[in-house]
Design a protein around this ligand. Structure first.
Ligand code: PGA
Length: 251
């Protein structure tokens, strides 16, 4: 039985006080929840603050990005070891905003996934097609390529630590959520890709989150679907009220 995950991607929002306040409210309000994995991805400067705020709680935290090298002349980048120092245990890799705004290609994301695994940081590997790719009928090829290239060289044992987040680009921050049929169809396709390329067990065990305009009023229709194991939430993760509701609705 796969445990559901509700994860909040705070993107480039909040400042120290509001980030700490939000983390505290989430941890306090949800302390009785033990059926769902809860995670937040604050902006990098605030990760270190989470070490104290989320210590001993059921809320995990992670970074929104990471470089793959251990150290060196990479101005502006953050290494896996630095992330470990903040106490975080998760990292988003390949969010569509990293792919699109920062031009991160699949082969770079593959190095990041590997580096995260080497450092025992759990990668949430994000994939998703644009509207153009969906409308042209290329959507399954696009997703297949992202999986194949992003996870190249990852073995079955390592895969146990990977979480997949399917986020159709056209649904992110737009208010246009994928219909349950669209989401389930793609999640089933992704699970089947793991069946073909790994094993029955890998396909059965891997957790595949949906992301893109999740709100308290649409979560139930998504989370109840067979192949959807939770949500990666942007906008609705920025207030404790809506985020906590999402977690409660996912139980
Ligand atoms: P959204 O963002 O919930 O605001 O659409 C989701 C994401 O980008 O992870």
């Amino acid at each position: 039985m796969r445990r559901k995950i509700i994860a909040g991607n705070w993107k480039m929002h909040l400042l120290a006080d509001s980030a700490v306040g939000l983390a505290k409210s989430i941890a306090e309000d949800l302390k009785d929840v033990n059926e769902v994995d809860i995670a937040v991805f604050p902006p990098a400067p605030y990760l270190i603050l989470m070490k104290e705020v989320l210590k001993g709680t059921n809320v995990k935290y992670g970074a929104q990005n990471m470089y793959f090298e251990e150290k060196g002349a990479f101005t502006g980048e953050i290494s896996p070891g630095m992330l470990k120092d903040t106490g975080c245990t998760l990292v988003l890799i390949g969010h569509s905003e990293r792919r699109k705004v920062f031009n991160e290609p699949d082969h770079l994301l593959n190095k990041k996934v590997k580096a995260a695994l080497d450092f025992q940081i759990q990668p949430y590997f994000c994939i998703g097609e644009t509207l153009e790719e969906r409308e042209s009928g290329e959507l399954f090829n696009v997703i297949e390529t992202q999986l194949k290239e992003g996870l190249a060289g990852i073995n079955e044992k390592q895969l146990e630590s990977v979480v997949i987040a399917y986020e159709p680009v056209w649904a992110i921050g737009t208010g246009v959520v994928a219909t349950p049929d669209q989401a389930q169809e793609m999640h089933a396709f992704i699970r089947n890709w793991f069946l073909k390329n790994y094993s029955d067990k890998s396909a059965e065990d891997i957790r595949i989150l949906y992301g893109g305009s999740i709100k308290p009023d649409n979560i139930k229709g998504l989370i109840s679907l067979k192949d959807i194991d939770g949500g990666l939430v942007g906008g609705a993760s920025l207030t404790a009220e809506s985020f906590n509701q999402l977690v409660r609705y996912s139980r």
